[in-house]
Design a protein around this ligand. Structure first.
Ligand code: M6R
Length: 358
């Protein structure tokens, strides 16, 4: 049931704050705590993270958490590549699989390959009892509820957060109640800010109205904003049928900058990390007459002046979770662009909700 919403995708975007709150409650103060501690008690020498599509981009952020906070090497790879590549898998390492459905054929094959090589396998998955859930040694449920929109939205957010919880568990940060209480308020702040952000949807809709007819979109970001650039471009492609690419901001000058002209939009994702470097990339695009749509820190005059369109966000207290915040703006941007284009948002052409064949 879509309730008052025109599309399931929009409804699912709106569900995110509440889902964040209940995920935190479940893992910090409810029945989930033991399973999270169990997942954190096995410290592999390396993670092989495989997934497809949106789940893979969530996995790229999880890779950053595991390497930054746990110092455990994590090799991310698309499941469809991993399964046919003869990857080097050594006992003591672990396979980590991210999936909404738990039924994606390539991800299941990657899991089987890890099991055959005697690796322990762990999933971050939405569907309880799915094939992936049954085949893995251990699972962390993302508790996103049923996701109906073909374009994955809330599952991404819950996957990234569950990955962050895993990294907290691996560094034994969940043993004390007082620490868990502190973390709960950090996650509630995120939920609260997302509520506020969603209430500003009209601003995003207006930006969409101004840009939806442009011929192409480059989403750019650095560091933890790079996976979000990839995910933002995927969302736009799949529901609006507009050509979009996600690019590491520093890579543009190695080729694609040749495509920039006044009909190309650069969706520049600028968070607190690597700020100056990203700004200089925007200047390069501006010099080639590209249209700049920046999603960046609020009240930043210099950046606002440089941009044709600006959506400012208050990132205080949320540094490592700031990609989630930017991603929700991207979800709404793709949604409204698709609406202006008049596409079938919940069931985009040529796509199925779960890809159960190769
Ligand atoms: O069910 P899964 O998370 O394993 O699905 C993976 C991809 O097929 C999925 O994320 C796909 O890319 C979405 N349509 C993206 O919105």
């Amino acid at each position: 049931d879509k309730g008052d919403f025109e599309h399931f995708m929009l409804k699912e975007i709106h569900e995110q704050p509440e889902l964040i709150r209940s995920l935190t409650q479940f893992y910090f103060h409810g029945e989930g705590l033991e399973s999270l501690k169990k997942a954190g008690s096995f410290k592999p020498s390396k993670f092989h993270m495989t997934a497809c599509g949106t789940a893979y981009y969530a996995g790229l952020l999880i890779r950053d958490f595991l390497e930054t906070y746990n110092k455990i090497p994590c090799a991310p790879e698309l499941a469809s590549e991993f399964r046919y590549r003869n990857p080097l898998l050594i006992e003591g390492e672990s396979g980590l699989f991210i999936s909404q459905s738990g039924e994606t054929a390539d991800t299941l094959a990657a899991q089987e390959l890890c099991t055959e090589s005697k690796l322990k396998t762990l999933s971050i998955v939405n569907v309880d009892g799915s094939t992936l859930f049954r085949n893995c040694d251990n699972n962390l449920l993302i508790r996103a509820g049923i996701e109906i929109g073909v374009a994955s939205t809330k599952a991404f957010t819950q996957q990234v957060l569950t990955g962050r919880l895993l990294s907290l568990a691996l560094s034994d940060e969940l043993s004390e109640e007082s620490k868990r209480v502190k973390l709960t308020s950090k996650f509630s702040l995120l939920a609260e800010k997302i509520d506020h952000l969603i209430s500003r949807s009209k601003e995003i809709k207006d930006i969409a109205e101004s840009v939806y007819n442009h011929k192409g979109f480059f989403y750019t970001g650095r560091g933890i904003y790079y996976p979000v650039a990839l995910e933002g471009a995927l969302k736009l492609k799949e529901i609006a049928y507009v050509h979009a690419e996600g690019y590491a901001a520093g890579e543009l000058k190695h080729g694609p900058i040749a495509m920039i002209d006044e009909d190309m939009v650069n969706v520049a994702l600028v968070g607190p990390e690597l700020f100056e470097k990203t700004v200089s990339n925007i200047q390069e695009i501006k010099a080639r007459k590209g249209v700049i749509l920046t999603i960046g820190p609020k009240d930043h005059e210099e950046l606002e002046e440089l941009s044709d369109y600006y959506f400012g966000i208050d990132f205080d207290g949320l540094e490592e979770l700031s990609p989630i915040y930017i991603n929700i703006v991207n979800q709404l941007l793709a949604y409204y662009i698709a609406k202006y284009k008049g596409t079938d948002i919940d069931k985009p052409r040529n796509l199925a909700k779960s890809v159960t064949v190769e």
